[in-house]
Design a protein around this ligand. Structure first.
Ligand code: SF4
Length: 158
């Protein structure tokens, strides 16, 4: 992956160019991420170590931003509306910024800077018990949902 490729910090484990940069910790009331010193190619990780738990519940994955193929992408502004909604609607859960191996390439950082990082650990790709604010923020704009097929939604929407 090129060092200047914009990365989505809420990507699929088995997607192209997927790299694990954090391990999900805490619980539904106190979400935490253990940020890795270096991102690890997801393809190098044996999913059997997750013991049947979906990777999206266990690790945080970065991969190249899908841009127009993602329901959260605004073609009008070329911005990630998911990052915008998270910053607007979800309260931060940390005051300072943790070390993050992908920050310099992260779309959310480039767009929302520290405001995104202070909420990042609240985002889990496959979250069975998200807070109401996170659950609401994750809903893509209605016009984008219509534009993206149901199949693509399942595959691409973080
Ligand atoms: S537009 Fe979609 S793929 Fe790109 S950073 Fe946002 S959520 Fe991730």
């Amino acid at each position: 992956m090129k060092p200047d490729t914009p990365l989505c910090p809420s990507a699929q484990f088995d997607g192209e160019g997927a790299n694990v940069f954090g391990i999900v910790g805490g619980d539904q009331h106190h979400r935490r991420i253990i940020y890795l010193k270096s991102a690890i190619p997801a393809s190098a990780i044996d999913v059997n170590t997750f013991e049947g738990v979906p990777p999206g519940e266990v690790v945080r994955v970065a991969a190249p931003c899908a841009k127009s193929a993602c329901a959260h992408h605004s073609s009008e502004t070329s911005r990630c509306t998911l990052a915008q909604r998270i910053v607007a609607d979800v309260a931060p859960n940390v005051e300072g910024l943790a070390y993050c191996a992908i920050r310099t390439q992260c779309v959310w950082w480039a767009q929302e800077q520290a405001a995104a990082c202070k909420r990042c650990s609240l985002i889990v790709r496959e979250d069975r018990l998200p807070s109401p604010a996170v659950a609401e923020a994750r809903v893509p704009p209605a016009d984008r949902l219509k534009a993206i097929s149901a199949e693509a939604r399942q595959a691409d929407v973080p």
